[in-house]
Ligand binder design. Structure first.
Ligand SMILES: [Zn+2]
Ligand SMILES: [Zn+2]
Length: 391
């Protein structure tokens, strides 16, 4: 005989299947109307009205962020599970990261979990769907986290399309810096701000020999001067630094700053280093949640690579340091299309991609049911989180 949890999982899966055409149409409409970070007005309205139609209590423009939303279902008792939607696109190449599918998956998982929660005798639980804008700017979830959006959340789940199935991706911590070199005297006895930029570039190139595998530092000169006939008095560079852990990135940061300061000193310039956005943390995968997700996904016919593999940076990192989280990647396309390319855009609205998205959403719903039906599992998840996040 099937257990209570298995019955609830079956109900969640059936609900996702019953709503498949509607869910796919949401993913498709998002794909056809790509919107940039913080400009996701159509996506916000589409998702909010879809959730209202399914009896969620919706807060539009959540916490004063215009294109964020929060939708809740349940009576605020029992654990609070948070399913996360992203929905921003990239300039020129549209939904090249498949966030239209992330929104579709979040909505699908929410409908599945809601159906299970409505069953008489189902465990108590509150379901939150968090609409998180501006992932491509690495900032939407950081703002939401700082504003306390996840304060009452017990655990959070998101799935992301990718060229492979990965249950525990390594997502880099990221620091974005703007560096400005200035000189007051630009006659030939004075100094040249472009020299400082060139020396800074070379200093970082040398530093790369001494950094850890997995660390990444890359920069461009965004202002190298205005005319070849004028000694540059101001130059501006932008730099990204990444590391596989937030701790490691904090160790790397002063070494990079020293490269800029040394360059300024050598060239006789002043230097100003500005952080362009809040530090984006690495993703702290909760291994208990990830293993449940894997088991469920395997039952649905997906085969997951559980070894940590380096992928990209995401603002989900900051959520993962606030509450226990997972950020599994699921495959779309044939494995040769990479995120942030036109080729990936072409596979984020195919029948196969929508199918894979709904399968990943089912695994999210099933994982949630596992946690809600076995209170000791949530204890384990929280104990692991406490140990890792406060390390
Ligand atoms: Zn992306
Ligand atoms: Zn993405």
């Amino acid at each position: 005989m099937a257990t209570h949890g298995e019955n609830l999982k079956r109900i969640a899966i059936n609900s996702i299947d019953e709503n498949a055409i509607f869910l796919q149409s949401v993913g498709e409409q998002l794909w056809q109307n790509p919107e940039l970070s913080f400009e996701e007005y159509k996506a916000h309205d589409l998702l909010v009205s879809a959730l209202e139609k399914h009896q969620f209590h919706v807060e539009r423009s959540y916490l004063g962020i215009q294109t964020a939303f929060r939708a809740t279902f349940g009576d605020s008792t029992g654990p609070n599970v948070c399913v996360i939607c992203e929905y921003d696109a990239l300039p020129d190449i549209g939904h090249a990261c498949g966030h239209n599918l992330i929104a579709e998956a979040g909505l699908a998982a929410a409908l599945g979990i809601k159906a299970a929660l409505k069953v008489p005798g189902a465990p108590k639980g509150t379901l939150t769907v968090m609409g998180t804008p501006a992932e491509e700017a690495s900032v939407g979830k950081i703002l939401l986290t700082e504003k306390g959006a996840f304060n009452n959340v017990d655990f959070a789940l998101i799935v992301h399309p990718y060229p492979a199935n990965l249950s525990s991706p390594i997502c880099y911590a990221l620091l974005e810096l703007q560096v400005t070199f200035c000189t007051a005297a630009t006659n030939w006895e004075g100094s040249n701000a472009l020299d400082a930029a060139v020396i800074a570039y070379n200093n970082v190139s040398v530093l790369r020999q001494q950094i850890m595998p997995g660390d990444r530092v890359h920069g461009v000169i965004t202002n190298g001067g205005t005319s070849v006939a004028i000694v540059p008095s101001v130059t501006v560079m932008e730099w990204n630094a990444r590391a596989t852990t937030t701790e490691r990135l904090r160790e790397l940061e002063p070494k990079i700053i020293s490269c800029f300061e040394a360059a300024a000193m050598a060239a006789g310039c002043s230097v100003e280093v500005k952080q362009l956005s809040p530090l984006c943390k690495d993703v702290l995968t909760n291994t208990k949640l990830a293993s449940l997700y894997c088991e469920n996904a395997t039952q649905l016919g997906m085969s997951y690579d559980t070894k940590p593999t380096v992928t990209f940076s995401t603002d989900m990192g900051n959520v993962s340091y606030a509450v226990p989280s997972i950020h599994p990647m699921y495959i779309i396309g044939d494995g040769t299309q990479a995120n942030h390319t036109r080729e990936f855009t072409m596979v984020t609205n195919t029948p196969a991609a929508h199918h894979a998205t709904l399968t990943a959403a089912k695994a999210v719903a099933m994982t949630t049911i596992d946690v809600l039906t076995t209170p000791e599992t949530l204890e384990q998840i929280k104990a692991e989180f406490q140990q890792k996040a406060n390390h």
